[in-house]
Every structure is written in C-alpha cells, then in structure tokens.
Design a protein around this ligand. Structure first.
Ligand SMILES: Nc1nc2c(ncn2[C@@H]2O[C@H](COP(=O)(O)OP(=O)(O)OP(=O)(O)O)[C@@H](O)[C@H]2O)c(=O)[nH]1
Ligand SMILES: [Mg+2]
Length: 191
C-alpha cells in the first residue's frame, strides 16, 4: 500500500489539516503499535519501531493509500519515563483524542500475554465516556505457547471487551487481513 510519513507533532498546532479520516494506534509503551502500523501498510520500515520502550515520543501521522491518516501515538505506562515527560505525553494524547474531529477509529492494542492492564482499562473507559469508536487488538500472539494458552488469553481479553478482540502477530503480519476487513466494515457503516 502506498504510504508516506506526513509529520511528527509535539503540539496540537502541528497536527496536519483534518483532510482524511484517521485511525489512531493506542497502547502501552512497547506493545507493538508501530509494528502493527507497518504490517497494515506492508512496509516494515515506515514507522520507527524499537526494542527500547518509549521510542515513539511524538504523534506521527502517515498518509495511507490517499485514503486515511494512520496516527501512531506515544505509548503509555512506561515507568522509566520521567514524570513530567509522561505527563506531557498524556496531555498530548488527550488533546488529540478529545478534539480531533477527523478521528474515526482507535485501535486499542494489548499484549496478548498480559491482557488488560490497569491503564488499558482506564483508556477504554475514557474512550467509551467520550464516545470514541475503538477496536481491541491482541498483539504478540506468536509469544503464546500452544492453542490452549491462546484460547485462555483470548477469552480473558474478550471478557472485558464489547467487541471481539482481533488477534495479531507482527513477525508474520498474521491477522492483518482481518484488521483491514474491520476497518472497511466501519467505513461502510459510516456511509
Ligand atoms: N514477537 C513479537 N514481537 C513484537 C510484535 N510486535 C512488536 N514486537 C516487538 O516489540 C518491540 C516494540 O515494538 P514497537 O512496534 O516499537 O512498539 P510500540 O508500541 O510502537 O512502542 P513505543 O513506540 O515505544 O510505545 C520491538 O522489538 C518489536 O519488534 C509481535 O507481534 N511479536
Ligand atoms: Mg512506537
């Protein structure tokens, strides 16, 4: 898919014009937001990924297929970020989520091994309170051993979800087709 980097924003006045419907990638630091974004556009090098948590520190906008903006947000919950920096990130993310009119869908991305953690649940409640549409994605499923663990973890994630969590794994991009299908379904519902 044809995709280009648009801009990295540290402040709302740096966000690009609201010219395209947006899909935001949300989740804990290091959960695999940027890796998922890369799989969806079929370019493993576009969004910067790293084994060091806290690498995405700004809001990065990508233009995808001339049709969407994909919005890669900084991860939350990384203990080693200084408190004032963590506060700045939270504020930036909240400003984006609260006011962005072109935001159509959020991916709430969980580590399949850990399931819902406190800050994920807080974010979920926040999204529901503010009427933001979201889909839950359980990533790193390749790290689950065997079908039994996969079944148990999926059931645990489902127990707090209104919609079916979508399983995903970045090394093989497994699950990417179903995620694109979910995006198109939401697009058609809105037309
Ligand atoms: N095994 C496995 N590793 C993954 C998967 N997704 C991401 N990773 C690895 O996890 C690390 C973090 O991935 P990123 O995509 O940079 O995570 P992020 O959520 O964007 O991280 P921040 O931007 O720091 O919040 C990298 O080392 C990735 O290679 C996955 O599905 N399976
Ligand atoms: Mg990232």
């Amino acid at each position: 898919m044809d995709a280009q980097f648009v801009v990295s924003a540290a402040r709302p006045d740096q966000f690009p014009a609201e010219s395209l419907p947006e899909i935001a990638f949300l989740g804990r630091s290091n959960v695999g937001k940027s890796s998922l974004l890369n799989c969806l556009i079929g370019n493993e090098k576009l969004a910067f990924t790293s084994a060091t948590p806290g690498r995405t520190q700004l809001i990065n906008f990508y233009r995808v297929g001339g049709q969407f903006h994909f919005v890669d947000l900084p991860g939350y919950g990384y203990a080693r970020v200084p408190k004032d920096v963590a506060f700045q990130w939270k504020r930036l993310i909240e400003q984006y989520l609260l006011h962005r009119r072109s935001l159509e869908l959020c991916f709430l991305i969980l580590d399949a091994r850990r399931g819902w953690m406190e800050q994920d649940l807080e974010l979920k409640q926040w999204l529901e309170f503010h009427n933001r549409r979201y889909l839950v994605i359980a990533t790193k499923t390749d790290k689950l051993k065997g079908q039994k663990e996969q079944r148990l973890q999926t059931a645990a994630i489902r127990s707090h979800s209104d919609s079916e969590p979508l399983p995903f794994s970045a090394p093989t991009c497994r699950g990417v087709r179903e995620i694109w299908q979910a995006i198109s379904k939401i697009q058609t519902q809105q037309q």
